[in-house]
Write a protein that binds this ligand. Structure first.
Ligand SMILES: Cc1ncc(COP(=O)(O)O)c(C=O)c1O
Length: 402
């Protein structure tokens, strides 16, 4: 008898990752001879950026010095102190626990897994980074979307959040600057959200992995600096501004009253011990990353300012497409009003022009709206050619609709 196919667990059925799902279409386009333009992955390395020299040197030195064994489960002493000092210097109050993890992704997974039970509600931004909903699906918890308002620079609607928090929620996720919209939420809105969480005993998940990539306007404060009485877990790491996503080095910082967060921190610490440690030698790059100035990061911000403006100007000039100007990170999330859905539009752009863009539904979008996400890390020539392709496909759908 032939072996029966193995049925995957039900919990995997709702896990989607649009950023990589488009690659099958791209492979097909490449096989047909098209030159691919990657506007799909938030990895600065593939666009000519590289880690600050001093940070890379510290990592290499650690390997040569044979710091290649396991690290303590929460991280090396020097790296933990550097993270604490940096956070405290930026005003984060009442830090109770820090853990260095395999990318900021693992910190998010540990913090959620140690907090939510099956059926618990967690508020997530829509649009937002899809890892949160993927982990919540795995935990059989309920991801409750709160919407970012495109007409208001993609800001959260505090009234909607307050309404959603009327029913108990374990946590609220805030990504600032946001992926995929490139929006930056200012202090006054953060203060209102922190107050809403305080009033309802909701934990704030502050994903600040793009905090050094604010491209215009005032940099917002860390959410953990706003009110020491509110439990916050702040995520950050070396993946974006330090251009080292492949190192898989991130961290989570839990702050808030000890008597409130203590047991949760202990549950996280148990999970950290169970998986032994994060990558050890590369943790030795953390103090250098956080304690020195890196001109490479300033240069990256300068390049991104130009590229963000270019993508926004070019997309807004296309009939049927409007794009809120991004203020941070390296993403824009234009809307399509062309009588087609986002997946059809993106598939045609990829198949016919080789420009890889990702459908907005992969990040959560308001019903009845259609978007796509572009990464504006590529140089001006690539962005410009991608916009030519997007414009041609938009014109095609416009002529069909007419
Ligand atoms: C908002 C956000 N959070 C977390 C991550 C994951 O970061 P890491 O590569 O450090 O796991 C990403 C990666 O794109 C992201 O955009």
């Amino acid at each position: 008898m032939p072996p029966a196919p193995i049925a995957p667990a039900e919990r995997t059925k709702n896990i989607k990752y649009a950023v990589r799902d488009v690659l099958a279409l791209a492979d097909e386009a490449k096989a047909r001879g098209l030159d691919l333009l990657h506007l799909n992955i938030g990895d600065p390395n593939i666009y000519g950026f590289s880690p600050p020299a001093a940070v890379a040197e510290a990592a290499i030195r650690a390997i040569h010095d044979n710091l290649n064994g396991y690290a303590p489960s929460d991280g090396t002493t020097a790296a933990l102190s550097a993270i604490r000092e940096d956070a405290e210097a930026r005003g984060v109050k009442a830090i109770q626990h820090i853990a260095i993890t395999s990318g900021c992704s693992e910190a998010i997974e540990i913090a959620l897994s140690a907090l939510v039970n099956a059926g618990d509600r967690v508020l997530v931004p829509a649009p937002g980074y899809p890892l949160y909903t993927a982990i919540l699906a795995k935990l059989d918890a309920v991801a409750v979307p709160y919407h970012l308002d495109e007409a208001n620079d993609w800001q959260p609607d505090v009234e909607e959040i307050t309404g959603l928090l009327a029913a108990p929620a374990k946590a609220l996720v805030l990504i600032n600057p946001n992926n995929p919209t490139g929006s930056v939420t200012p202090r006054e809105v953060l203060e209102q959200i922190v107050a809403a969480c305080k009033a309802t005993g909701t934990v704030l998940f502050a994903d600040e992995i793009y905090d050094q990539l604010v491209l215009s306007g005032e940099a917002p404060p860390p959410i953990g600096s706003i009110d020491a009485e509110v439990p916050v877990v702040t995520f950050n790491g070396l993946s974006k501004a330090y251009v080292a996503p492949g190192w898989r080095i991130g961290w989570g910082i839990v702050s808030g009253p000890k008597e409130v967060v203590g047991e949760w921190c202990e549950a996280m610490a148990k999970m950290e011990r169970a998986r032994l440690s994060a990558n050890h030698p590369l943790q030795h790059a953390i103090p250098v990353a956080l304690q020195q100035k890196h001109p490479e990061i300033e240069a990256m911000r300068d390049a991104l300012r130009i590229r963000g403006r270019l993508i926004s100007d070019r997309l807004n000039a296309i009939p049927g497409i409007t794009s809120v100007a991004p203020k941070g990170a390296f993403y824009a999330f234009p809307s399509i009003n062309l009588g087609v859905d986002d997946c059809t539009f993106c598939a045609k752009v990829i198949q016919e022009t080789g420009a890889i863009i990702v459908p907005g539904s992969g990040f959560g979008q308001k019903q009845g709206t259609e978007h796509f996400r572009v990464v504006f890390l590529p140089n001006e020539d690539i962005l410009s050619r991608a916009c030519d392709g997007i414009a041609a496909i938009a014109a095609h759908f416009q002529s069909q609709g007419a």
